[in-house]
Every structure is written in C-alpha cells, then in structure tokens.
Design a protein around this ligand. Structure first.
Ligand code: ZN
Length: 147
C-alpha cells in the first residue's frame, strides 16, 4: 500500500506513540470490536460528563492503520460534545468511503486527514474505521440523561 509520504509518517507516528492507549479505569461504557478481515481488535472505554466526552481510552492489537486511527480518534474526540463527535465521525467516514474523492478538512479532522489515502484501498477502509465504529457503538449506549 502506497500512501503519500507525509501522511504515512503521521500514521506511523501515531502507531509508534499512540495517544490515550492503555485503558483507564471505571468507564461508563466499554466496548470490544473486531475487524475480522484483518484481525484488528480494539477495546474502548468511554465516559461522558455534562454532555462532553470526559474520558476516552483504548487498547488494541492489529495493523498500523487500525491502531493509528484509534490514536487519532481518541485525541480528536476527547472533550467534544456528543454531537460534535458524531459530526466528526460522519466526516471521517464519508472521507474513507469516498474512494479518494474527498481529501478531508484538516481544520476539523486534524491528523485524521492522513487516512484520506486509505480510501483508495477498500480492504483497508474497515481498518481505519474500526475504532470510530467502536466509539459510535459506545456513545449510543450512554443515554443523554446519564451524562
Ligand atoms: Zn487492519
């Protein structure tokens, strides 16, 4: 898989020095998701307070795309409101499913735009989306009135 040099560096950097990796205790919700096509796994701990994501940590194994994407996601979504987080998730997903036609808004997705090139490799799209889908599942299990 050939990604543009700079983007590949961003992904490798998150893979080697992941953010928010190592599960923090007492989450409101914990989910475990598996990408069977590649063997990637992620466990995600999520807590919300006052309508915002107050804690988001994860543990995982798998390819560099899946693990780096979890790192980028955790950094981007922490402290965001549920609505902001789901908007960003929607943009990331749209970019990944665009087959390369959407390059992503760097002001909003930050390091997430590094995954734009992955959209050209359909087999790897699930790798990049794994952590985000785990987040979507986790956040859906927290009712508004639990926050
Ligand atoms: Zn993978």
């Amino acid at each position: 898989m050939e990604l543009a040099g700079l983007y590949q560096e961003v992904i490798l950097d998150h893979y080697k020095r992941p953010k928010n990796k190592a599960l923090r205790p007492n989450p409101m919700v914990q989910v475990h998701h598996v990408n069977t096509s590649c063997g990637d796994e992620i466990t995600l701990n999520l807590s919300m307070k006052n309508g915002k994501i107050s804690d988001l940590s994860w543990e995982g194994v798998g390819c560099s795309i899946s693990q780096a994407s979890a790192s980028v996601m955790s950094e981007l979504l922490l402290e965001k409101s549920r609505e902001e987080a789901l908007d960003l998730l929607g943009e990331f997903q749209e970019m990944l499913q665009s087959k390369g036609s959407i390059s992503g808004n760097e002001d909003r997705l930050q390091d997430g735009v590094a995954f734009a090139g992955v959209a050209k490799f359909p087999a790897r799209v699930k790798c990049a989306l794994l952590a985000w889908m785990a987040f979507k599942d986790a956040v859906s299990r927290i009712e508004d009135n639990d926050e």
